[in-house]
Unconditional design. Structure first.
Length: 137
């Protein structure tokens, strides 16, 4: 079976950029399912993470948290690329900040990952969030 998750995910990205969040969310979910059916766990987790991002943008924070947790579990059990994992951990930390939760362990983990792969923008953001927790959104 050909994996069309990549094409669906590209469409979801374009819909999101156009402000069509509901449609984008539906496509990210379809992409996730296509990746799952093809046995592509990394693709599935990537699409799920973006679905969680859209849910967060839409204000569906509880559902977004569930999807972030699912994403991180997939990455944990399938040796994720460090950048994909760092981005997912960072996104979950942003969500916990929005919800008033304790995001410091996630910011610390994201910082470790970004430092390991040398992503300056990620390092800077994580350090700022850890040093100035009151300044978080």
């Amino acid at each position: 079976m050909q994996n069309d998750g990549y094409a669906i995910e590209r469409e979801a990205y374009e819909l999101r950029r156009s402000g069509l969040r509901k449609e984008s969310l539906a496509d990210y979910r379809r992409a996730s399912e296509a990746f799952r059916m093809a046995g592509d766990t990394a693709g599935e987790a990537h699409a799920l993470r973006h679905a969680a991002d859209v849910l967060s943008e839409m204000g569906s924070l509880e559902e977004a948290e569930e999807v972030y947790r699912e994403t991180l579990e997939l990455y944990r059990t399938h040796d994720a690329k460090p950048l994909d994992l760092a981005n997912a951990v960072r996104a979950y930390a942003v969500l916990l900040d929005k919800r008033g939760g304790d995001a410091d362990p996630l910011w610390t983990r994201a910082l470790e990952l970004y430092e390991r792969i040398g992503i300056a923008a990620g390092i800077k953001e994580c350090r700022q969030r850890l040093e100035h927790p009151r300044g978080r959104p």
